[in-house]
Design a protein around this ligand. Structure first.
Ligand code: UD1
Length: 429
């Protein structure tokens, strides 16, 4: 298995191109199931999760074609992929594929809406918590689906098609919002979804669905209104930039020091990050086509942060922030309110010399003056990158094992950091 070696101490200077957002690319790909015409997605990130979802969609009968590279186009620009679900040949999403990536469970709504039947494996737990799917099922039942759970599979049927409904989600769920929103586009009549997730990736999917002929209003708010249509058609859509990747590299620069332009980053998607970085003593400037991040000299200051659904501070940046705060000049308080077990990185950061105490959902991070490189293990996608961030400032070599977690969500991470001066390399096993 590949590992990443980082020798800490180098400052970062230069430019990093921000890729298309993984968390938008995946549901956008799934949206292709809703139409028998071609959905073309531009700015697609090259990620293991995208490849895996391509396999899953291929299983349902979706044809895919990737555009070749144009002259002058470099690797940093995303791919263009065409998805054509002319005919759905299989409405089952099997356990061996769904269990590898939770987001593939979201094929349930579109398959049900288009084929009136679907059989999708329950995704199971994962390292960051139990992650149930009750809101997904509640929403689809409200649209008139008959749902049964049998041998680890969700069997959903709506022989007469789905019908619009008024749905109030008991909690905010990104996945349930995607799943039910996609299904509702083809339901008869109007659907109102209250307490829907407001994450920008949900908005991006809704915009794309509207290009395909859906009638969704309230995009960006917590109440979505969907006027069902009979069919959706093809469209072309550009995936929005990845705000989690943006925040991650901002923290990498904050940790290492230096000045880096995050090209293509959208400041409006990471508003919650600005005050946190300012408190920490990191400069973030909105510029044309990106964000400039810099830190010079002085030590980082501690912060007090709580994760929240968008527009709050994202849980997907919590591990990275913790990595950063391991070297602040005081004690930071980081509270995780979205997932109950998202502190797997604490033990690994401790191996680098970080001092972190955990009490319930809150971590107290006592900043150290130095970290020391060590062998560490990636436990999940965001946790793995927090170890890279810590490694950028640790003395000596840090080896991050189980790099496949990183490859799920970060495109060419080591190349992007190395191009700015980091001493980082992938060691292939
Ligand atoms: C998505 C993101 C993930 C991010 C998370 C929260 C993608 C591919 N993944 O995951 O990166 O960390 O949003 O921003 O976009 N819940 C229930 N019942 C449900 C569904 C969710 O209780 O039916 C709970 C979960 O346990 C969790 C919370 O709701 O505590 C938020 O989860 P959710 O927003 O659904 O996360 P995902 O969509 O899986």
């Amino acid at each position: 298995m590949d590992k990443i070696r980082i020798r800490g101490g180098n400052r970062l200077n230069g430019e990093i191109q921000i890729s298309g957002a993984k968390n938008a690319a995946l549901p956008l790909m799934i949206a292709s199931l809703l139409s028998d015409e071609t959905l073309t997605l531009r700015n697609m990130p090259r990620l293991a999760d995208v490849k895996l979802l391509q396999r899953i969609l291929g299983n349902h009968g979706v044809d895919m074609a990737v555009d070749g590279k144009r002259p002058g186009q470099s690797d940093v620009h995303g791919e263009t992929i065409h998805f054509s679900a002319r005919q759905i040949v299989d409405t089952t999403a099997p356990y061996d594929l769904v269990s590898k990536m939770r987001a593939s469970f979201w094929v349930l709504g579109p398959l049900l809406a288009r084929c009136r039947t679907a059989r999708v494996s329950l995704p199971g737990g994962c390292a960051i918590g139990t992650r149930p799917v009750d809101y997904h099922l509640m929403g689809l039942e409200a649209l008139g689906a008959k749902i049964e759970i049998e041998q680890g599979y969700v069997l959903a049927d709506a022989p007469d098609g789905l019908k619009g409904a008024h749905i109030v989600f008991p909690g905010v769920s990104v996945g349930a919002t995607h799943n039910v929103l996609m299904a509702a586009t083809l339901a008869k009549g109007e659907t109102i979804m209250e307490n829907a997730a407001r994450e920008p990736e949900v908005g991006d999917v809704a915009e794309c669905l509207n290009k395909m002929g859906a009638k969704i209003s309230g995009i960006g708010s917590s109440t979505l209104r969907i006027e069902g249509v009979e069919r959706l058609h093809g469209a072309t859509h550009m995936v929005l930039p990845d705000r989690i990747e943006t925040g991650t590299y901002a923290m990498a620069v904050a940790m290492a020091g230096g000045e880096v332009t995050l090209k293509g980053a959208r400041a409006d998607l990471v508003e919650a990050l600005f005050p946190v970085m300012e408190t920490a003593g990191v400069k973030m400037e909105r510029i044309n086509d990106g964000i400039k991040v810099s830190r010079n000299g002085a030590r980082l200051h501690p912060v007090d942060v709580e994760t929240q659904a968008y527009p709050g501070f994202p849980t997907d940046m919590q591990a990275q922030l913790m990595g950063l705060m391991t070297m602040a000049d005081g004690t930071s308080k980081i509270r995780e309110t979205i997932f109950e077990n998202r502190f797997m990185h604490v033990q690994e950061l401790a191996r680098l010399g970080a001092e972190i105490t955990l009490e319930g959902d809150t971590a107290q991070v006592h900043g150290a003056e130095t970290l020391t490189g060590a062998e560490v293990m990636a436990t999940d996608l965001r946790a793995s990158v927090s170890l890279v961030i810590a490694g950028l400032a640790a003395q000596g070599d840090t080896f991050v094992n189980r790099v496949y977690h990183l490859d799920r969500g970060f495109e060419q991470l080591e190349k992007k950091l190395a191009a700015c001066g980091a001493d980082i390399e992938r060691i292939s096993a």
